[in-house]
Design a protein around this ligand. Structure first.
Ligand code: DAH
Length: 336
């Protein structure tokens, strides 16, 4: 068998020496191909004695590799074989590389950062609080006692009798005021949770709470701060109106509308033909809240506001279904 291997070797080398360009492929098939002479000889090695088999196997392998190298060199010398049949795969250095897809912040994160950036520019500091909140911070201290009808608006996920997933970021008003003295100028961004799901509600969404407490703070200050915010967030000439409303922790309270960004106030499906879009709730902090945390309502006053990030992003970008944010569809997300 060894003789047979060596005979094949010299036969192949002789054939290789005279090879012309057109003979390259037939040579490769005959000697080096999957059904070629070397492969079939290696199959026959099974018949050799167990003692000889490793040595003969190695010999045949070495010769085959040596031949493959000599073949590749011949191929180069003859100006290359056909594409795809080369014994050594060729590398096309002129091909452009495959670029890595580049990630980017989620649209909700982008809008959150934009909102926070505007208020930071107005001197507000940023604070974050826990998602799992106590009944006291989420409701009680915000003037929403047990059985108060306002609890109905918050479809609460309870963790236990006294613990819950916060339904709004307003508890951060209480957490901050119990730890610090005025003057305070703070925003609190974060996740909030309500048991609700349709095209404008998801069980988890994001809010930014803002509040300012000092001596002689008035409703005009609230209006000034929110007007600046809306002009920066939307267009400088965006119409804005304050509508009387009710929240247990602010008195007086207002809901703030902007002129519809879709139809410019003419009336459309998004603004339900009113020309206005509600974007946030606000008001003067109720003296009853100050009393709960021990501030003197005769010395201090303050305003607060809360806005939903997903809603602002929907209005800004004309998104009609809030659930799109959380489906992880890159065709949607990569547009931002
Ligand atoms: N916490 C309210 C909500 O989630 C929003 C809100 C309204 C916050 C009025 C405020 C405010 O600070 O003054 O529905």
């Amino acid at each position: 068998m060894e003789d047979e291997i060596l005979r094949l070797k010299s036969e192949a080398h002789v054939a290789l020496a005279d090879l012309g360009k057109d003979d390259l492929e037939p040579f490769r098939v005959k000697y080096l191909g999957r059904k070629g002479l070397f492969t079939s000889m290696m199959r026959q090695l099974g018949q050799a004695s167990a003692e000889d088999r490793p040595r003969l196997g190695k010999l045949a392998n070495d010769i085959k590799q040596e031949l493959a190298q000599a073949f590749a060199a011949k191929q180069d010398a003859l100006g290359g074989g056909q594409q795809g049949v080369s014994a050594v795969p060729s590398l096309d250095l002129t091909l452009t590389g495959r670029s890595e897809p580049c990630g980017r912040p989620h649209p909700v994160t982008q809008v959150m950062e934009e909102v926070c950036g505007i208020f930071e520019g107005l001197g507000f500091t940023v604070a974050e609080g826990p998602d799992v909140e106590t009944d006291f911070y989420n409701f009680e201290a915000l003037n929403i006692p047990p059985h108060h009808p306002a609890r109905d608006m918050h479809d609460t996920f309870y963790v236990s009798d006294s613990l819950l997933l916060r339904t709004h970021t307003s508890p951060m008003q209480i957490r901050t005021m119990t730890e610090q003295e005025p003057p305070l100028r703070m925003i609190a961004p974060g996740k909030v949770y309500r048991c609700d799901s349709d095209i404008t509600h998801t069980p988890m969404f994001h809010q930014v709470e803002g509040f300012l407490v000092d001596r002689k703070v008035s409703f005009a200050d609230l209006k000034g701060v929110l007007s600046v915010f809306i002009a920066k967030m939307f267009d400088a000439d965006t119409a804005i109106r304050f509508r009387p409303s009710f929240f247990p922790f602010t008195e007086p309270s207002a809901e703030v509308d902007i002129g519809c960004v879709i139809c410019a106030g003419k009336g459309c499906r998004v603004c339900k033909q009113t020309g206005w879009l509600e974007i946030l709730g606000a008001g003067m902090i109720d003296p009853a809240v100050f009393a709960k945390i021990g501030y003197d309502p005769d010395q201090y006053s303050g305003f607060a506001f809360g806005l939903g990030i997903e809603r602002i992003a929907m209005l800004k970008y004309g998104i009609t279904d809030i659930r799109l944010y959380y489906e992880n569809d890159l065709r949607f997300l990569s547009q931002f």
